[in-house]
Write a protein that binds this ligand. Structure first.
Ligand code: BGC
Ligand code: NOJ
Length: 807
């Protein structure tokens, strides 16, 4: 069942039934001011860091699930309704929620009153605009009250939800005819405040939650709204809100537009106050002036839309598969950009109060947006590498506001260092710019410890080389990519974090997955070294790669697939010898991509096993059989009920590894088959089962052993986005940035007979026509001249370069 449809021309998903199986959300913002917006107008706003600088409040784990947002209440002669359906839940005569790129529009109607609500964060300003237009389509004059309301969060989102004995005393606001300023803690150490402004003078206001709602009511029936009035309450402590009320009279056919703006302002220390306790509003006024008219709003909105069109024109495909095109051109790239902004911090599944930016997560995310924002990617690489320690190990996360390593979680995830090589090599391939290797980059952010970035890569390699176990395979540490395979954790204490506890540091547990990574990215590093003339070091690295490759062939092969790991007692994990968890997907993907045991046909066999044992209707499950019992020696993986999360769901992140691996062994049909199984656009028709947004990848889809087989969770903030982007563009379409130029190495399935791709690469635009005649032969023509090999040699050019590839 569908709850809406794609509008590819306008780059939108249009939700037409508000009873979606879960909140279907969208993101706004790019430069510090960020918002989440659900299809019922729920969500929240923050500045840079969803934990430390939360602007509006969201009530987690609430009933209903999606509660807290920017709510517009329309009281039309006693009929009270919201354009986004919640909170009042009045049945609407018509409803559309158009989620676009960085904006959402609600188009709703009740009793011949039409409402259009346009919401977005402008490109350059720290604010969210909500422009509401009401049109009377009836034959009578209508007298309406409109209340627009948001609830402030007292900045630190964790403290806000926990420390009530203090927080219910500290809320402070300032109010004038058009604006409610939220200035809690501004008198003391904060240099920032927020405001909720309207372009017209309000007819009343409220800033105290309990007064606006009434202590025994809820957001469904606020006193102010029911009584079509405002109490003009001035918050002092408790829960400050901002509500503006308007009395509106509309003749038949008449419209009225009001612009609401939630803004964020920082003042320099010596300019904080206008007078005793009165905040300096100069910067707020400036920001407010920019969005006073419909024309100003429209201009900013057009700028935002144009920015996206331009950005996405970097890579654009037109093939004979509509779903593939829409994912590659619009939604997959968009999701990658959202992971650039959010990492794993703020979604409807990540509270924004837990994780900061992950080392491994952010490195992998780069693979999905490097082609779109190379300069920002370079900065990001620097931020990430700066939390690495001199020995090559690294903090696992950092907070976006401070950019410092997160001591609560610490380090010890032994795959982390290698992801840096994945990111940097991809950066060089995309930009051709080796100077990044010279960028002075500190270790653990210590002043004076700056070394050229290449030394960080050396440290990464060295860490793995010097941390191997009894079989010559890399030690796993706390965990590798699979955070739930905790082989040194041995936790017996309820609630103890599997991520940070190490109750039995065996010094023995090894990861075949890290071995695969080491071989793949070690070869990449050796190529980079060779390209910069470090031949000797390159050869040394290849020598180390060979050692790990040999160890993997010898100890990492189980007969039909790659072993997953060796536990603290050197027992195999992910082997036919095990009762449960006999096969894991991760090493099948990575070791095949790394071509380990290619001569012996390991990759082919491993991928046959993946198809036979792990593949279900919605993709490839992470392991099989699921663990039925808790295994103290394996950790969190066995803590999940069967079929969920790391215990046997389709953990979508590693499905694209199988797609890429299949193209490595030349199995194009199977590569596309795996791609299709969990592709959201293909699952749109079964939204009632899949449940999460049909335009966005989710982290997991419950596996065959789960009660709710096929149900997805954790949409948006997942490495699935970048890896699928990589798989679709670089493996299936085969448009692959390489050191010397753009490689075109398509692995299209038979059903895609033709693809026209526009790709902007290092400032040059290529129009690439791929004709898939399944001949098994390869031919490339650049400007009608046949080229040997599959790389278009890079040459700067202002002209569009026409390329034809026949396969
Ligand atoms: C989840 C993992 C996640 C880890 C770290 C675990 O509970 O299952 O997917 O990587 O927490 O946040
Ligand atoms: C989600 C985490 O963000 C990621 O770092 C990890 O690799 C996967 N879960 C698998 O456990």
């Amino acid at each position: 069942m569908k709850f809406g449809h794609f509008d590819d021309k306008n780059y939108e998903y249009v939700i037409t039934n508000y009873n979606t199986p879960l909140p279907w959300i969208n993101y706004f913002g790019q430069d510090g001011f960020f918002s989440l917006m659900s299809n019922t107008c729920g969500g929240y706003m923050f500045y840079k860091d969803a934990k430390l600088r939360r602007i509006t409040r969201f009530r987690y784990n609430n009933v209903p699930r999606d509660y807290g947002g920017r709510y517009y209440y329309i009281n039309d002669g006693g009929t009270i309704w919201n354009p986004g359906f919640l909170p009042v839940k009045t049945k609407l005569d018509s409803y559309k929620c158009r989620h676009g790129l960085g904006y959402t529009v609600f188009e709703s109607e009740k009793n011949n009153l039409k409402c259009e609500l346009l919401c977005f964060v402008p490109l350059k300003d720290l604010c969210e605009i909500n422009q509401i237009t009401l049109t009377n389509e009836s034959k009578e004059t209508k007298k309406i009250t409109l209340h627009g309301v948001i609830e402030w969060c007292l900045w630190n989102a964790v403290d806000d939800q926990t420390n009530f004995q203090r927080n219910w005393n500290i809320g402070e606001v300032e109010i004038d005819d058009t604006t409610i300023y939220h200035k809690t803690e501004y008198r003391e150490r904060r240099d920032h405040y927020a405001f909720f402004h309207t372009n017209l003078k309000h007819d009343g206001f409220d800033s105290d939650l309990d007064t606006f709602i009434g202590l025994y009511n809820s957001w469904v029936d606020p006193d102010a709204v029911k009584n079509a009035k405002s109490f003009n309450s001035k918050a002092s402590g408790w829960s400050p809100i901002a509500s503006h009320m308007f009395n509106i009279e509309l003749k038949p056919g008449e419209s009225k537009t009001i612009i609401f703006q939630t803004g964020y302002v920082e003042n320099p220390e010596d300019e904080k106050f206008e007078s005793m306790h009165v905040i300096n509003k100069k910067r707020a006024y400036e920001l407010q002036q920019k969005y006073q008219t419909k024309e100003q709003v429209l201009k900013a909105f057009e700028e935002l839309k144009n920015k996206w069109v331009l950005l996405l024109s970097t890579l654009h495909v037109e093939s004979d598969n509509e779903k593939f095109d829409r994912m590659v051109n619009i939604w997959n790239q968009y999701q990658c950009m959202v992971t650039f902004n959010m990492s794993r911090s703020a979604s409807y599944y990540e509270s924004g109060t837990g994780r900061g930016m992950g080392f491994r997560d952010s490195c992998q995310d780069l693979l999905g947006f490097l082609h779109l924002i190379p300069e920002k990617s370079r900065e990001r690489i620097k931020d990430i590498a700066s939390i690495q320690f001199e020995d090559g190990s690294t903090y696992h996360q950092y907070q976006p506001l401070t950019k410092r390593g997160n001591a609560d979680i610490g380090g010890g995830f032994n795959d982390d260092p290698l992801w840096l090589i994945a990111a940097v090599s991809q950066y060089i391939k995309e930009t051709g710019d080796y100077t990044i290797l010279n960028d002075p980059t500190p270790f653990n952010n210590k002043e004076g410890s700056e070394r050229p970035l290449i030394d960080h890569l050396r440290a990464s390699m060295n860490y793995i080389i010097t941390h191997k176990g009894p079989h010559g395979l890399p030690l796993i540490g706390r965990a590798d990519w699979n955070d739930c395979l905790n082989l040194n954790c041995f936790s017996k204490t309820p609630g103890e974090s599997f991520q940070t506890a190490s109750n039995f540091e065996s010094g023995k547990a090894e990861s075949v997955f890290i071995a695969g990574m080491f071989v793949l990215y070690g070869k990449e590093f050796a190529t980079i070294l060779k390209n910069i003339g470090e031949d000797k070091e390159s050869a040394n690295i290849l020598n180390e790669v060979n050692k790990v490759e040999e160890a993997t062939v010898k100890y990492g092969w189980d007969g039909e697939w790659f072993v997953r790991a060796y536990d603290a007692f050197s027992n195999k994990v992910g082997s036919h010898e095990c009762e449960d968890g006999q096969i894991f997907v991760e090493p099948q993907g990575f070791c095949t991509m790394a071509r380990i045991g290619e001569k012996q046909g390991f990759g082919k066999k491993a991928l046959d096993s993946v198809e036979k044992i792990l593949t279900n209707d919605y993709g490839v499950e992470i392991l099989h059989p699921c663990y039925k019992e808790y295994h103290i020696e394996l950790g969190e993986v066995s803590s999940y009920p069967m079929g969920y999360k790391e215990n046997g769901s389709v953990f979508c992140h590693n499905n694209p590894w199988i797609v890429v691996a299949n193209t490595v062994i030349g199995n194009n049909e199977r590569a596309f088959d795996v791609y299709r199984r969990n592709c959201p656009a293909y699952l749109e028709e079964v939204s009632e089962i899949h449940k999460t947004e049909p335009y966005i990848y989710s982290q997991t889809i419950a596996g065959r052993d789960a009660q709710n087989y096929g149900e997805a969770k954790n949409s948006w903030l997942t490495g699935t986005a970048s890896w699928t982007m990589y798989a679709a563009s670089q493996a299936i379409l085969g448009i692959k940035p390489d050191y010397a130029g753009l490689m075109i190495d398509p692995h299209l399935p038979k059903e895609i007979k033709h693809a026209s791709v526009r790709r902007v690469f290092r400032g040059v635009t290529y129009n690439i026509e791929i004709n898939n005649k399944a001949t098994g032969k390869y031919q490339m023509l650049v400007e009608n001249k046949t080229i040997n090999g599959n790389i278009i040699p890079y040459e700067k050019s202002d002209k569009v370069i026409n390329v034809t590839v026949n396969i």
